[in-house]
Ligand binder design. Sequence first.
Ligand SMILES: NC(=O)c1ccc[n+]([C@@H]2O[C@H](COP(=O)([O-])OP(=O)(O)OC[C@H]3O[C@@H](n4cnc5c(N)ncnc54)[C@H](O)[C@@H]3O)[C@@H](O)[C@H]2O)c1
Length: 258
Amino acid sequence: MLDLLLNGASVLITGGASGIGAVCAEAFARQGAAVALLDRDADNVEAKVVALRARGHDALALVADVTDDAAMALAVNQAARWRGRLDILVCCAGISGPVGRTAPDIAPAEWAQVMAVNLGGVFHAARHALPLLETSAHGSMVVLASDSSFVAYPGMAPYSAAKGGVLMLTRALAVDHPRVRVNCVCPSVVDTPMSRTDLGMDAVQMAEAPFPVIAPAQLANHVLFLASPVSAPMNGAALIVDFGYMARPSFPQPEFGG
Ligand SMILES: NC(=O)c1ccc[n+]([C@@H]2O[C@H](COP(=O)([O-])OP(=O)(O)OC[C@H]3O[C@@H](n4cnc5c(N)ncnc54)[C@H](O)[C@@H]3O)[C@@H](O)[C@H]2O)c1
């Protein structure tokens, strides 16, 4: 059996109250890691931590907004003091911003908010976590980018621009901090509260969607792999998780059997 070597690791997850972040927290906890969940949603992050502790896992709730640099300094350092070190940072906090509108109908404040949360939020977390991760034997950072780092969904320009930035921030941090591995995962649609809201679909509609949908637990496997020393040679990498869509050419594809 593949051992991800995450038992006893000290992990901080931003956006841990919902969706991918919450499911990653469960997955790390099942590997024996101590997980600090950070979110601006105090009620839900507390509830997730209570549920994890009820199942015997080691969990801590931290309430902070990833756009607030001072609050992130406090929260990241609190996470590190909790178990005496920080080994892994997973950046999941994010918002969709405007959906279904193009540039002339997007207010500058909406643009700025998407940049502040989706791109600035990764910067603030990294800024305070990297000096701590550099002291870990296996310091690793995994960032939730998106297939939107490469392709633009219609009507989501701020989100695509921010996620393109997240891809390059991942590479830049990997170059600047060689003692810490920094990788990102770039999924297409994952079934979470965010995607259900954006697409106007409920659980049943998602299950029957006429396009492929990634289960959050499946995506968490990719995040754990990138965070784990098992993927040690991978650094500055973007793991595209999109059912092969980006591998396809525009040329009409012949039908092959099987
Ligand atoms: N769901 C998808 O289809 C999909 C696809 C590709 C990438 N992603 C990315 O994955 C990440 C997680 O998305 P999700 O689908 O789990 O969304 P979600 O809405 O279920 O969870 C996002 C979490 O981030 C928190 N958050 C938002 N703004 C914050 C802030 N300023 N400070 C602190 N916490 C904040 C929210 O409270 C929430 O708990 C996001 O970065 C998203 O862009 C999602």
